[in-house]
Design a protein around this ligand. Structure first.
Ligand SMILES: C[S@@+](CC[C@H](N)C(=O)[O-])C[C@H]1O[C@@H](n2cnc3c(N)ncnc32)[C@H](O)[C@@H]1O
Length: 208
């Protein structure tokens, strides 16, 4: 993939998201049971899972990111049973109804076919299972939206495929997920308004 994508961007990403560490802690503390984290990047969330997490599977397409996650795991006393899998969220190599929780943390901005990934999350969740999410999304204000659309092509190149104007809230609904908790605001630690509109909460697959 090249020096930028493999070395520089992963380090920049961890630095750039230092301001959302508390959001990571709060979300991971709620993950329970058998958990799938999609696009786990460098594995920064792994140490934050609690005793409620019985098994964590971290899925990530980038070899370089997975390598960082492996190194991080080796340095941490593993609390839950963690395994790392190379793969894409659009084609999850897991059985239907097989997870209690799916974690999506700053990943729907980057997945190329986000619609398909949302459907896949729904497929692998058990009935009543939950997606815990924290994502940056398209802003509600027309002025900000215009700048998001203008700058998105450049942003995507600099941020290894990340988009700043994704309509992720609707994608989750379209996939059949129901919001149980939903908050959206301009996060003060996520930079300018074009990149700081976030959604955070819990979306559930209908109980059987
Ligand atoms: C902005 S980074 C966030 C990483 C991590 N979730 C975090 O909170 O720091 C987006 C991640 O999505 C991953 N990604 C890209 N395409 C993907 C796909 N098709 N399926 C799953 N993850 C993907 C990238 O490799 C990258 O690690």
């Amino acid at each position: 993939m090249g020096l930028y994508a493999d070395r520089i961007f992963p380090a920049l990403l961890d630095l750039a998201t230092r301001g959302v560490y508390r959001d990571r802690e709060a979300l991971m503390a709620r993950a329970r049971g058998r958990i799938l984290e999609i696009g786990l990047g460098s594995g920064i969330n792994l140490p934050l899972y609690t005793a409620q997490a019985h098994e964590v599977i971290g899925l990530e397409p980038s070899r370089a990111m997975l390598e960082r996650a492996r190194r991080l795991l080796a340095d941490q006393p593993a609390k839950p049973d963690v395994s790392l899998v190379q793969g894409s969220a659009e084609e999850l190599p897991f059985a239907d109804n097989s997870f209690d929780t799916v974690v999506a943390f700053l990943v729907f901005c980057t997945i190329p076919d986000a619609r398909r990934a949302a459907l896949e999350m729904h497929r692998v969740l058990r009935a009543g299972g939950e997606v815990l999410f924290f994502e940056h999304i398209r802003a509600p204000d027309a002025g900000v939206q215009r700048w998001q659309d203008r700058l998105d092509p450049l942003w995507t190149k600099m941020a290894c495929g990340c988009h700043i104007n994704r309509e992720t809230p609707q994608l989750f609904r379209d996939a059949g997920l129901n919001y149980r908790e939903y908050e959206t605001w301009y996060h003060p630690k996520m930079g300018a308004r074009i990149s700081s509109r976030v959604m955070r909460g819990v979306a559930q697959k209908s109980p059987a």
